[in-house]
Design a protein around this ligand. Structure first.
Ligand SMILES: Cc1cc2nc3c(=O)[nH]c(=O)nc-3n(C[C@H](O)[C@H](O)[C@H](O)COP(=O)(O)OP(=O)(O)OC[C@H]3O[C@@H](n4cnc5c(N)ncnc54)[C@H](O)[C@@H]3O)c2cc1C
Length: 401
């Protein structure tokens, strides 16, 4: 049996292991389980086929620059003189051209659709307890300009055959009594769903374990190479050899790749959440995206999460209380939900933000036995099954060649 070592046990590493373990491979995951739970646990839990447009835009960056120094802004950019950041920033701008975005939208659309189908297969065959609900995602705008932008977004989605609708204020308040009267209007993206990402991650770990996937707990500190291949990886305790490696370590993939002379076009994009251990009084039925504040409220039968913000401040995982407070303020502005009912657990983690708005899923040019699977940005949960399946196909195809 051929051995495959996956560096990183987040949702991308786990779904990759899931599909590989269905074929005849010995799959080993090496995961650094120290520190805060990864983005795969702390994300907002949205599976969003509607999210076909990348963040890349001149206006997004302009907005980020305008917000420079505003400590609770939803997008924060700390200008960095570091070469990697400058390279990423220039590439991000280059990929903000209309022609690039058009191509990226088409690929994201196809991958998101495929991932949604694979989620349905996974949920049925594994009788998942991740509380997946395919009922849609609600947007609320508290300003006329926000509502106008939402209308354009709905038109854009229809032109890409994705079902969504604009909701007038009265219908919005009717549909969702947890929304405050300040709303100007909203929208529902019918294509989307949500789940409990922490439960999904724990569940798929157990399934993989049952399917024979071995997990080593430890931080990969070194990658040993010859001229054009990887021979082994090093943790504090072990040296693990293999003929094939997959790098799926989320944002830190950048740091590991750099050790072996690969410069991945990605940087960490820090996000925050506040998680309540029980459901809250007046929580919404659907997840709600508070449009102007870019904050998501995700309701579960036994919990509630507020999540958001994009900080480009390097590999810093400190908790900024101003941003956490901003999540609460947004919720109080848009929703009747009683967020003072109990104390939430704060969290911060890194999204692996590629400069192009597409994940980096490729055979390395430099090392013939390395596949890279990272850079999923704001869509890692949504794209995990499709990524796992693509990698597994890539490996099987390589082996049959
Ligand atoms: C606030 C927030 C909200 C989000 N909301 C959504 C959402 O609603 N929907 C969606 O689709 N996506 C969302 N995302 C994005 C999504 O969470 C990420 O794209 C996804 O989790 C990336 O998964 P990953 O497995 O690549 O990385 P990670 O989840 O970061 O996992 C990487 C794993 O690699 C391990 N690792 C790292 N370095 C090493 C090392 N040196 N040695 C060994 N192991 C290592 C880590 O310990 C970790 O377990 C959100 C992200 C954030 C931050």
């Amino acid at each position: 049996m051929e051995k495959i070592v996956i560096i990183g046990g987040g949702i991308i590493g786990q779904f990759t292991a899931y599909y590989l373990s269905k074929s005849d491979y010995e799959v080993v995951i090496v995961d650094d389980a120290t520190g805060m739970p990864p983005a795969s646990s702390g994300n907002c839990g949205l599976v969003t086929p509607s999210h076909i447009a990348p963040l890349n835009s001149f206006s997004a960056m302009l907005q980020g620059v305008k917000w420079l120094g505003k400590k609770d802004a939803p997008l924060s950019i700390k200008p960095q003189l570091d070469g990697a950041f400058i390279k990423w920033f220039l590439s991000f701008m280059w990929h903000s051209r209309k022609s690039s975005i058009k191509k990226v939208v088409a690929v994201r659309n196809e991958m998101l659709q495929s991932s949604w189908r694979l989620y349905q297969e996974y949920l049925t065959s594994e009788l998942s307890e991740s509380a997946f609900k395919p009922d849609g995602l609600m947007f609320v705008a508290n300003s006329k300009s926000g509502f106008q932008t939402l209308k354009k977004e709905v038109e854009f989605l229809s032109s890409n055959s994705l079902s969504s609708e604009i909701i007038t204020k009265s219908k919005l308040l009717d549909l969702e009594p947890s929304i405050k009267d300040d709303a100007v209007g909203g929208a529902i993206f019918h294509t989307d769903g949500w789940l409990r990402p922490d439960r999904l991650l724990e569940e798929i770990k157990k399934i993989n374990n049952k399917n024979g996937v071995k997990t080593y707990t430890g931080q990969v500190t070194e990658i040993n190479t010859t001229r054009n291949s990887i021979t082994s990886i090093q943790t504090e305790q072990d040296e693990i050899s293999s003929n094939k490696f997959i790098l799926a370590a989320g944002a830190p993939s950048y740091l590991l790749a750099r050790k072996i002379g690969i410069s991945l076009p990605m940087i960490p994009g820090k996000g925050y959440n506040l998680t309540y251990a029980t459901s809250l009084k007046n929580q919404p039925k659907l997840p709600v995206y508070m449009f102007e504040k870019k904050v998501v409220a995700t309701p579960w039968a036994d919990g509630f999460r507020l999540g958001s913000t994009m900080e480009f401040t390097g590999f810093d995982n400190s908790l900024n209380t101003k941003r956490l407070e901003a999540l609460k303020r947004a919720s109080k502005e848009y929703l009747h939900t009683d967020i003072d009912q109990s104390d939430p657990q704060p969290w911060a983690g890194w999204r692996p933000m590629s400069s192009r708005g597409l994940p980096i899923i490729e055979q390395s040019n430099k090392y013939k036995n390395l596949i890279i699977a990272t850079g999923h940005g704001m869509l890692g949960l949504s794209l995990a099954p499709a990524t796992g399946q693509i990698i597994s196909e890539l490996i099987k195809k390589g082996d049959s060649n």
